[in-house]
Design a protein around this ligand. Structure first.
Ligand SMILES: [Zn+2]
Length: 416
């Protein structure tokens, strides 16, 4: 399955030339560029100059406000700047600019080309656009770019915080893949071993080149960018984000929603994911420390969570979102005593396999060291969150998705 993949992806020092050649070959001479002040300076100006010099008909919008958000206001600003001519969109930027473009180009029945300015997320090839709708983050259906032209010089010159965020988003794959394997083993979730291995190969390559990532060397940044694109392909090929998103992303989403509700400034996605990966890797450390006999004792003592109590917890943690969150948790909330017993038996029967899955996750200390070496944050304090907020996300993040993760395993084992 390759549906939705870009026709071409390049990462070298010829991005602008590739862009012009591609547009000419495809007969896409009417274009609309979306950028913000920073990305315009980093790459947009060169794109504008090249497209104009090629004789193309170019219109554009460059956001001048401080915090560009993928919300209605920004979408409306783009729509207002459009004319009635059919145009190919060009997104010059990282996550947010790309998501605004992804959404608008899809809804105007057009297509878009991505010119990334930082290796900060694995979502460039995504078909979903995370948008802020009435203050709530929702992923809406859109499409992947038809081409990606990344300039290696621009990517290496990106702020180190954004490079480290891309690295953090990749490190999260250690725990997301382990969670996915638990989901297959214990919860019958659809799984694809080839995609799991592809994802792990990509994250391992990043970890092996962490020194270079920390120093933003062109070779290491290219490896990081390729890994982010590969992770995006793994999601596209599997048809959902499961390979790239586990308990660490649930914690990150929890924080993101909390910050949004409280009107606090956003934190880079990959920075939150990286910090959460340290915490979730810590949970895998705890699982690894349990012998089969200890697990048997814990499971013997484990009782089925009380449905009403669970709903009350979700209510406190999610407020106005609680209804939707509980609906998604149906399979867990409606667990019968018989099904709970069966799950406990299944955990014990597969204890060796669970240990093998946990062994694939690096220790929390090692995850933290890797993040620090990449020049990124490794603790909640470094991203402006409190220890209490860490505990809240750890306790409640798993309610956000109906997926089995190490957090669900820990709940059944009673090792919270
Ligand atoms: Zn991510």
């Amino acid at each position: 399955m390759t549906q939705g993949r870009p026709l071409v992806v390049t990462v070298d020092d010829q991005a602008v030339t590739h862009l012009v050649d591609f547009c000419r070959e495809q007969g896409r001479t009417r274009l609309f560029m979306i950028a913000d002040q920073n990305t315009y300076a980093a790459q947009g100006r060169a794109v504008e100059a090249a497209l104009t010099a090629a004789g193309f008909d170019l219109k554009q919008i460059v956001f001048t406000n401080d915090e560009v958000i993928a919300d209605g206001e920004h979408v409306f600003a783009v729509m207002r700047a459009l004319d009635t001519v059919e145009r190919t969109f060009v997104a010059v930027g990282s996550g947010t600019i790309t998501d605004i473009t992804r959404f608008v180009s899809h809804r105007t029945r057009s297509v878009f080309i991505s010119v990334p300015t930082a290796p900060s997320v694995d979502g460039f090839t995504s078909t979903g656009a995370p948008m802020i709708i009435a203050g709530v983050k929702k992923t809406v259906y859109a499409h992947a770019p038809i081409a990606i032209f990344a300039d290696i010089g621009t990517l290496t010159a990106a702020p180190q915080a954004m490079i480290a965020a891309g690295f953090g988003d990749m490190l999260g794959k250690y725990t997301s893949i382990a969670d996915w394997r638990l989901g297959q083993l214990l919860w019958d979730e659809p799984y694809d071993e080839v995609i799991a291995r592809r994802t792990l190969t990509a994250v391992q390559l990043c970890a092996d080149n962490v020194q270079g990532v920390g120093h933003a060397t062109p070779d290491a940044i290219r490896i990081l960018f390729d890994a982010l694109v590969e992770s995006g392909y793994c999601m596209l090929d599997f048809g959902q984000s499961r390979p790239a998103s586990g308990a660490e992303h649930h914690m990150s989403h929890f924080w993101e929603m909390k910050l949004l509700h409280e009107g606090r400034p956003a934190i880079l996605h990959g920075a939150k994911v990286g910090v959460a990966t340290v915490v979730v890797a810590g949970q895998y450390d705890s699982v690894r420390a349990l012998s089969r006999a200890q697990a048997a004792d814990l499971l013997e003592a484990s009782v089925l969570p009380d449905r009403a109590a669970e709903l009350a917890v979700i209510d406190v943690a999610y407020g106005s979102e609680a209804g939707e969150v509980s609906r998604d948790q149906g399979r867990f909330l409606d667990l019968t005593p018989a099904a709970h017993d069966q799950l406990k038996r299944r955990i014990l029967d597969h204890w060796d396999e669970i240990q093998a899955i946990a062994a694939q996750v690096p220790p929390a200390k090692e995850v933290a060291r890797l993040l620090q070496t990449a020049g990124g944050p490794a603790t909640v304090g470094e991203i402006g969150l409190s220890a209490e907020e860490q505990a809240l996300a750890f306790a409640n993040g798993h309610y956000l998705r109906d997926r089995f993760t190490v957090r669900k395993l820990a709940r059944v084992l009673g090792i919270d």
